[in-house]
Design a binder for this molecule. Structure first.
Ligand code: HXC
Length: 514
C-alpha cells in the first residue's frame, strides 16, 4: 500500500504542475497567477477539493498523443467561501494556452452539473486561447455543451465569470450568459474577433486593450460588471459579491446580525436634496447613508452612470439597490440605463434578494438617437423586469418621478410593496415648465405679459402637482416620510416583508422584450 500511496502522491504532484515550472514562470512574468494560485486566493484556506485531476485528452492528430498533461488545462472542484460551498473551474494557461478540448469541456460540464444538483454557485476562472485548434469540431461541441448548461443553470444557481486572460471567439458567450463578469485591468480581454480580423474586415486599427480590455468592457460595452487593478483584488471582490447572494434560487442571502438600538435618525439626509429642483446631487450619498456601515458594492459603476445598481445591507439584510443618478444626464432613463437595471432587477428577483428603488427621474431621454435605437423596446425591459419581480420591493421617491418613468421605477401599480416619498417628491405626468407650456398655451399667448403669466401658472402647477400629496391622497404612495427617518422605515418594511409570498400566472416563460 505504501508504494501505491507514494505513486499516487507523485502523480498528484505532477498534475499540480500543469504545463510545468517554466510555463508557470512565464505566466508570472505576464503579471498573471497560475490556475491553482488563483483558487487559493479565492477560497477559504485548505478548503479546495479537486476532482478530475487525472483526466487526459483523447486527441491524436498533430502529435497531440505525445503531449499529455494530467487535468488537461483546467482545474475543477469544490471549496468554501466564508464557510459556504461553491463549485470552481479554473483554466490553466500553462497547458495548451488553457485551450478547450473535448475532455476539458467535459470537466467543466461535470462540475456545473454537480453544482446544480447540490444547489451551489459556480465560479469560472477564465484564461484560455479558446477552442483547442487541433481538436476541431470536438472542441466546438464542448463549448456548446457548456453554453447549454450555462443556460439551464441560469436562475437555478448563481454563476460568476472571472476573466483573467484571453477570452475570444465564441468562448465569450459562456461568460456572457452567466450572472456577473469580473475583469482585471491590462491582463484580461474579451472579444468575438481579435484586432487582426477587425483590421481585415473593417480596416480599423485597434489594439487588444482598446478592443476588448477591462476598461472598454466596463465603460463602453457594459459587458463587465466589476473591474479591478490586479488579480488578487479581483478574486477578493468575488468573495465580497458572494456575501450578498444566496446559494441557489430556493435559498436566502446570508444575513448579518444587526443591533437595532443603532437605528437612529440620520439628519444629513434632510439636507441632500437642493432647494432648486433642477440642481444635481450625488444619489450615492443617499445610498451610503442608508446602507449598514455606509458600505455599497456597486455593479457596472462606469457604465450607464445615470442609473446605479449594486448591493448593500440594510438592518443586516442583503438588498439590491436600483437608483437614478441625478448627477449624470439628470438621472434620465435611456437605452443603456434601462438594459443595465433590467438585468440587475432580474438577478435580484431570481435569487430572492429584496430590492430598494430610489427614484429621482425626469423621464425617458428624448431624441432620434434613442428612438431609432429602440428606447421603446429597451425601456420596456425595465418595466417588464420590475413588473414580474415578486421579491420584496420598496420604493422611495426622493425628488422627481415624471411620466412613464414614474410607472416604471417600481411604482405601486406594478406591485411595489411599500412606496414612500420624501416631501421633496414631485410626481406628475411631466415637469412643471413643459406642462404649463402645453396646458396654458392659449392663456399665455393671449396675456398682456406672457412671461408673468407663465410664472403665475408655473407656481400654480407646482403647488398643485409637483409634490407627493396628490399621489398620497390616492394611496399610490403609502407614506410621505421625513428623510432622516428613512432607514428606520426601510428596516421595518423589509422585516415585515420577510414572509412575503407573491407569484405570477402559470406559464412556460414570459416574453420579455429582448
Ligand atoms: C491550441 C493553443 C491555442 C489554441 C494557444 N495555444 N491558443 N493551442 N489551441 N486555441 C498554445 C500555443 O500554441 C502555445 O503553445 C501556448 O498555448 C501559449 O500560447 P502563446 O501564443 O505562446 O501565448 P500568448 O503569446 O500569450 O498568446 C495567447 C493568445 C494566442 C493570444 C491566446 O495564443 C492566440 O491567439 N491563440 C489562438 C487564439 C484563437 O484563435 N483561438 C481560437 C478562437 S475561436 P506552446 O506549446 O508554444 O507553449 C474559438 C471558437 C470558440 O475559440 C467557438 C465556441 C462556439
Amino acid at each position: 500500500m505504501k508504494d501505491k500511496i507514494k505513486k499516487l502522491t507523485e502523480r498528484k504532484e505532477k498534475a499540480k504542475l500543469g504545463g510545468g515550472e517554466e510555463k508557470i514562470k512565464s505566466q508570472h512574468d505576464k503579471g498573471k497567477l497560475s490556475a491553482r494560485e488563483r483558487i487559493e486566493i479565492l477560497v477559504d484556506e485548505n478548503s479546495f477539493e479537486e476532482i478530475d485531476m487525472f483526466v487526459k485528452h483523447r486527441a491524436t492528430d498533430f502529435g497531440l498523443d505525445k503531449q499529455q498533461y494530467p487535468g488537461d488545462g483546467v482545474v475543477t472542484g469544490f471549496a468554501r467561501i466564508d464557510g459556504r460551498p461553491v463549485a470552481i473551474y479554473s483554466q490553466d494557461f500553462t497547458v495548451f494556452g488553457g485551450s478547450l478540448s473535448g475532455a476539458h469541456a467535459e470537466k467543466i460540464v461535470k462540475v456545473m452539473k454537480l453544482a446544480m444538483k447540490a444547489g451551489i454557485p459556480v465560479i469560472g476562472l477564465n484564461d484560455s486561447g479558446g477552442a483547442r485548434i487541433q481538436e476541431g469540431v470536438v472542441s466546438l461541441g464542448g463549448y456548446a455543451d457548456i453554453f447549454l448548461l450555462n443556460t439551464l443553470a441560469s436562475g437555478v444557481i448563481p454563476h460568476i465569470s472571472v476573466i483573467l486572460g484571453p477570452c475570444a471567439g465564441g468562448a465569450v458567450y459562456s461568460p456572457a450568459i452567466t450572472d456577473f463578469i469580473f475583469m482585471v485591468k491590462n491582463t484580461s480581454y474579451m472579444f468575438v474577433t481579435g484586432p487582426n480580423v477587425v483590421k481585415t474586415v473593417t480596416h480599423e486599427d485597434v489594439d487588444f486593450e482598446s478592443l476588448g480590455g477591462a476598461e472598454t468592457h466596463a465603460s463602453k460595452s457594459g459587458v463587465a460588471h466589476f473591474v479591478f487593478n490586479n488579480e488578487v483584488e479581483t478574486l477578493l471582490k468575488v468573495r465580497k459579491l458572494l456575501s450578498y447572494i444566496p446559494l441557489n434560487y430556493r435559498d436566502k442571502s446570508p444575513e448579518i446580525s444587526f443591533d437595532y438600538s443603532k437605528i437612529i435618525p440620520e439628519p444629513k439626509l434632510d439636507d441632500i436634496i437642493p432647494q432648486n429642483s433642477n440642481k444635481p446631487y450625488d444619489m450615492k450619498e443617499i445610498i451610503r447613508l442608508l446602507a449598514d456601515g455606509q458600505d455599497f458594492f456597486e455593479s457596472q459603476s462606469q457604465y450607464a452612470e445615470n442609473i446605479i445598481c449594486g448591493f448593500c445591507r440594510i438592518g443586516g439584510m442583503a438588498v439590491g439597490v436600483i437608483a437614478n443618478q441625478p448627477q449624470v444626464l439628470a438621472g434620465v432613463l435611456d437605452i443603456n440605463a434601462s438594459v443595465k437595471a433590467a438585468r440587475f432587477v432580474r438577478f435580484c428577483d431570481a435569487f430572492n434578494i429584496p430590492m430598494l428603488v430610489l427614484v429621482d427621474v425626469p423621464g425617458f431621454l428624448p431624441g432620434t438617437e434613442q428612438e431609432w435605437n429602440g428606447i421603446i423596446k429597451h425601456g420596456a425591459k425595465l418595466l417588464f423586469a420590475f413588473s414580474e419581480a415578486t421579491v420584496p420591493k420598496i420604493t422611495v421617491i426622493v425628488r422627481k418621478a415624471y411620466g412613464g418613468a414614474y410607472d416604471v421605477m417600481n411604482s405601486k401599480h406594478i406591485r411595489g410593496d411599500f412606496n414612500f416619498a420624501w416631501p421633496s417628491a414631485e410626481i406628475a405626468v411631466m415637469g412643471p415648465k413643459g406642462a404649463v407650456e402645453i396646458i396654458f398655451k392659449k392663456e399665455i399667448t393671449k396675456a398682456a405679459e406672457p412671461e408673468k403669466e407663465t410664472e403665475k401658472k408655473l407656481s400654480e402647477y407646482i403647488e398643485k402637482f409637483a409634490n407627493p400629496f396628490v399621489s398620497a391622497e390616492r394611496g399610490y404612495i403609502d407614506d410621505v416620510i421625513v428623510p432622516r427617518e428613512t432607514k428606520q422605515k426601510l428596516i421595518s418594511a423589509f422585516n415585515l416583508l420577510r414572509t412575503k409570498v407573491d407569484s405570477n400566472p402559470k406559464k412556460k416563460h414570459g416574453n420579455i422584450p429582448l
